[in-house]
Design a binder for this molecule. Structure first.
Ligand SMILES: Cc1cc2nc3c(=O)[nH]c(=O)nc-3n(C[C@H](O)[C@H](O)[C@H](O)COP(=O)(O)OP(=O)(O)OC[C@H]3O[C@@H](n4cnc5c(N)ncnc54)[C@H](O)[C@@H]3O)c2cc1C
Length: 492
């Protein structure tokens, strides 16, 4: 079999699509990436607005630690990531509580002395999981070969895997309770805020193993990416082109052509039809259904969104605000009420003195909060004025919490622009602006890359292991493995 004869179309130049495309191109596959927007990166892109360069969604570079998913990808593709380790991953603020998230847990344990055994156990679980998944875990299993792969990995990682077994079906809440921490509302709120931004749900529902890895992020380290997070996507796109592939922008796929279980090619909104042996779809399953005439209309049009979208503010802010705060990333949490919907904010400022991102003495600042998408779409459907006032109300509530925690920001705003789930749908093609991937409540029943088609595979944060740059890069490896496995079965 000659991989050079294999033509793979990748729909979407998000990190998942680009990572899969770059790995395939490196193996010699002919790769064509079709991206609807005029820039790459999707949820992890950087865009220009007036005098600022804002990160659209993702702002914190993760997975660049030695042996981490991005580090490994860079080595394989000969990409030297222009990254610099952040001294503080982010700063948590809730009422008077201030916690810097650092590689060491000492400051958290000093504030919550009863949590020492919890953090010791978290570190042990995370270490075991990193070891177990170092070479990529064939999960969810797709056939006997994967079952054997998982079993082999588990046996090779004894006694780590035995140690993990009791946690497989437990929630983070039960885990907190086993350390007597469920009765400390400040600690629970702290943990919930960390889990919501990483595993997309709080301790009551999050799975312990997902939670333990998520809580390890500040320990593994976070990185500032030169030029903004969108540089990662740009370098991956360049890698594909260096390896003979193509990344075509403003090329929106509007239809998948298929016969029974084989995809023949795709059609784009500018009237092109491209044939493909394999297709990698960097889409949510709902967005894929929408391109697929063989999906019933009821599925395509009426699927209720699960999961989250995001409400965003993009601000120009006087630089001194962040110098005084002592961190470029801040997690601000309201005194009470369910997290999300402007009661928990993630605030990220472009690096001090980065003239490419903001004018002198200013920062380009991104603020995000989890929001449910349906009310936004329904409100716009009923009345545009109401939608605009909902946007204004969310803007005011977001700024109120910002000013409560950073009073100096009050007189330091130079510009404010809001974006809603409708913006996310437009920017990323995700139906209902459904960003953030799935809620990580269980390791079972998670979606893998396989679809009803033999030669079309999903990639991105809708498939295991889910959201974040390291998450989608790890998932992309699995997609590549399945594409190559399928290619091996084809006759040439
Ligand atoms: C607000 C927010 C903050 C986040 N913060 C962080 C963070 O700090 N650190 C971190 O690691 N992760 C973070 N994440 C998560 C991370 O950004 C995502 O998990 C990841 O970027 C998702 O990548 P993806 O490959 O799934 O695709 P996406 O980013 O969704 O990209 C899909 C691409 O496909 C294109 N596309 C869609 N439909 C079509 C079509 N029909 N034809 C052609 N092209 C199409 C889109 O335009 C888009 O470019 C954050 C996410 C959000 C929303």
């Amino acid at each position: 079999m000659n991989l050079r004869e294999l033509h793979c179309i990748v729909i979407g130049a998000g990190i998942g699509g680009l990572a899969a495309g770059a790995l395939l191109a490196r193996r010699g596959v002919q790769v064509t990436v079709l991206e609807a927007r005029h820039y790459p990166g999707g949820c992890a892109s950087t865009f220009t607005s007036g005098v600022y360069r804002f990160d659209s969604g993702a702002t914190v570079g993760c997975g660049f630690h030695s042996g981490g998913p991005l580090d490994r990808l860079g080595r394989e593709l000969d990409i030297a990531w222009p990254v610099q380790r952040e001294p503080v991953a982010w700063q948590y603020r809730h009422g008077d509580l201030r916690l810097d998230l650092l590689p060491s847990r000492d400051n958290i344990i000093a504030r919550f002395p009863g949590s020492k055994t919890f953090w010791d156990e978290q570190a042990r679980i995370a270490r075991a999981l990193w070891r177990l998944s170092a070479e990529g875990l064939p999960w969810p299993v797709s056939g006997l070969r994967d079952v054997a792969g998982v079993a082999g990995r588990a046996l090779a990682s004894l006694p780590d895997s035995v140690h993990l077994l009791p946690f497989v079906q437990r929630t983070a809440w039960e885990w907190l309770a086993s350390h007597g921490l469920d009765s400390d509302p400040d600690f629970v709120r702290f943990i919930d805020a960390q889990l919501l931004i990483s595993v997309q749900t709080t301790s009551r529902h999050a799975n312990v193993l997902n939670a333990a890895i998520a809580l390890d992020l500040p320990v593994a380290g976070t990185w500032r990416v030169e030029g903004g997070i969108g540089t990662v996507a740009r370098l991956l796109a360049e890698s594909i082109e260096r390896d003979g592939g193509a990344v075509l922008y403003s090329k929106k796929v509007i239809r998948i052509d298929s016969i029974q279980r084989e995809v023949l090619g795709v059609e784009t909104s500018d009237g092109d039809a491209l044939a493909a042996d394999m297709v990698v779809a960097n889409l949510t399953p709902e967005s894929l259904d929408y391109l697929d005439d063989s999906s019933p209309a009821s599925v395509r049009d009426l699927l209720p969104p699960s999961g989250w979208s995001a409400f965003m503010l993009y601000l120009g802010v006087d630089s001194s605000v962040f110098e005084r705060a002592g961190a470029d990333h801040l997690q601000l949490v309201a005194p009470e009420g369910e997290l999300g919907e402007c009661r928990s904010l993630f605030v990220s400022a472009s690096p001090a003195g980065d003239a490419e991102r903001a004018p002198e003495k200013q920062r380009a600042v991104t603020i995000s909060t989890h929001t449910k998408a349906v009310p936004w779409f329904e409100t716009l459907h009923q009345n545009r004025e109401q939608y605009e006032s909902m946007k204004k109300e969310y803007t005011d509530r977001t700024l109120t919490l910002l000013f409560e925690q950073l009073p100096e920001a009050h007189d330091a705003l130079c510009s404010v622009t809001a974006a809603t789930p409708l913006s996310w749908e437009f920017w990323t093609g995700r139906r209902w602006g459904n960003v953030g991937g799935y809620a990580q409540t269980s390791l079972f029943g998670v979606r893998g890359p396989a679809t009803k088609y033999n030669n079309l595979f999903l990639t991105g944060d809708s498939v295991f292991p889910g959201q974040s740059l390291p998450g989608v890069v790890t998932g992309a490896r699995r997609t590549v493995e399945l594409v190559l496995r399928r290619a091996g079965k084809l006759r040439w």
